[in-house]
Design a protein around this ligand. Structure first.
Ligand SMILES: [Fe+2]
Length: 489
């Protein structure tokens, strides 16, 4: 039985393949089309999957198209029945299998809960918008997921954060992580009260209540503020987000008294805020792809009430390694920076060692050199990847070291002066820990550690500016040629 889970026709499309009950493959469409955050499926992805596993017996779609149409209509976007005609949409890609649909927030909740190891958990989903829902709480118990709280459009913390992203001259639904990085460079207090007052009401019963519908953004908010104020807007936005996030988690804990939290939805990518979760919960699981793309997995799990053993996020296109670990480590030792494209590509927004640009995190010139290659803003931080068993010797880790395998939390570094290339302006790092497994990045780190005594490397995604992460060998060659930087495949 081949089941495809699909999240598409909105932003950042993805496809997951289940063989019986096993998750065999998952990838963002962008990796195969070359268009960053591609909202649609693409022929290369479908051809690859059909070639390997054949046509699906069933497709599970990650939301209810009719409800989305209704919400778009009530939001004044017109009545466009054809844009959400999923049968027709899939036919364009030669997909003719029977289609099942799952509610948007249930897909998120299931992607998180059913991939966790918990048998009882409080599940919190926060995103911009599903069909109508924007914030939901669920009780996960055994193989059951029961919704215990729901609120909806237009009151949405995610929609507000995206609107503020746009207000800071960034791309909404895409560059929220840049706003988060900018926050460390601004004053969080100067505009805090103004932003809280202008956007949020706390009069009603809802946990998040906006004073205005932000579906079309808030580009005109505070015209007195200029380009010079952008970093202060970012800092206050992040601070207000953390205030609201804290209120949400405190309330969720009152609904479901569990030690375990599953956090999902696009807002779960806010790694600066996520450690707040440990104030209320002992154990936290954020599925490595908590946004809508991860719902390609969640839709199938929800439809089948299926618990899924989560081994790791290496679920995409596979490049069989042709270079040895020793070759890579020797090169890094002598040249300090190189790309690696080996094994199965990561499913999720973060490079975790299989499609990474790696560098020695020591030394003051490395950050600028990597920034020159990546051609990105100097204020954006780079992250460390470290042997899991020594991570707490170098960073003040919240929760267990194993909670940090997917770069979902920030931690203060104990020796920032020793690793300047991976320390953000506020002294924190978005750490990735690597367990004792057989992954290439584990082998690479072990070899690097034994050669240098340094247990970590700088790790950033291997991609050409404005393009998705490298997927196949042709992409790796393109990167190498364009940026004159060695990539080991
Ligand atoms: Fe969502």
């Amino acid at each position: 039985m081949i089941t495809w889970g699909i999240s598409a026709n909105s932003h950042d499309a993805a496809l997951a393949v289940f063989v019986n009950e096993r998750l065999a493959f998952a990838s963002h469409s962008e990796r195969f089309s070359g268009n960053k955050n591609d909202p649609n499926l693409c022929d290369n992805l479908i051809a690859h999957v059909k070639n390997r596993w054949g046509s699906p017996n069933e497709v599970v779609w990650y939301e209810k198209p009719w409800a989305k149409t209704l919400r778009q209509y009530t939001a004044g976007q017109g009545l466009n029945l054809s844009s959400n005609n999923i049968k027709k949409y899939l036919k364009n890609y030669n997909i003719h299998a029977p289609i099942k649909t799952v509610w948007h927030h249930l897909s998120h909740a299931a992607a998180g809960y059913y991939t966790s190891t918990f048998n009882d958990a409080c599940v919190v989903v926060i995103d911009a918008i599903g069909e109508f829902e924007t914030l939901t709480f669920w009780h996960g118990n055994g193989d059951k997921l029961t919704q215990v709280y729901s609120q909806g459009y237009p009151d949405s913390l995610g929609l507000w954060y995206s609107a503020m992203t746009q207000r800071c001259r960034l791309k909404p639904n895409e560059e929220e992580y840049i706003l988060m990085g900018m926050a460390a460079y601004g004053d969080p207090n100067r505009l805090y009260t103004r932003i809280l007052r202008d956007f949020f009401s706390h009069d009603g019963e809802k946990l998040v209540e906006l004073r205005q519908n932000l579906h079309r953004g808030c580009k005109d908010w505070a015209p007195d503020l200029t380009e010079d104020d952008i970093f202060d807007i970012a800092a206050a936005t992040q601070a207000v987000y953390e205030y609201q996030f804290n209120r949400i988690l405190s309330s969720a804990k009152n609904f479901i008294s569990s030690d375990n939290l599953v956090l999902m939805g696009g807002c779960a990518l806010n790694c600066s805020a996520n450690s707040i979760a440990y104030r209320y919960f002992k154990n936290v699981w954020i599925m490595p792809n908590p946004g809508d793309a991860g719902s390609s997995v969640g839709a199938v799990l929800a439809h089948n009430r299926l618990r899924c053993y989560w081994e790791n996020a290496y679920l995409g296109f596979t490049i069989m390694p042709s270079n040895s670990i020793d070759q890579i480590v020797d090169y890094l030792y002598n040249n300090h920076i190189c790309g690696v494209a080996q094994g199965a590509a990561e499913f999720g927004p973060r490079a975790l060692g299989n499609r990474s640009l790696l560098a020695d995190p020591r030394g003051t010139t490395i950050k600028n050199r990597v920034n020159d290659i990546k051609k990105r803003q100097q204020f954006r931080p780079f992250a460390p990847v470290i042997l899991e068993e020594v991570a707490s010797d170098y960073f003040d880790i919240c929760g267990a070291s194993s909670d940090h395998r997917y770069m979902q939390f920030v931690s203060a570094c104990r020796f920032p002066e020793l690793f300047p290339a991976v320390i953000h302006k506020d002294g924190t790092s978005r750490v990735q820990t690597v367990p004792k497994d057989n992954s290439r990045i584990r082998q690479l780190l072990e070899a690097w550690y034994s050669l240098t005594g340094c247990p970590m490397l700088l790790n950033t995604s291997l991609n050409i500016k404005g393009k998705p992460m490298v997927n196949d060998i042709a992409d790796a060659v393109n990167f190498e040629t364009k940026y004159n930087t060695k990539v080991f495949t």
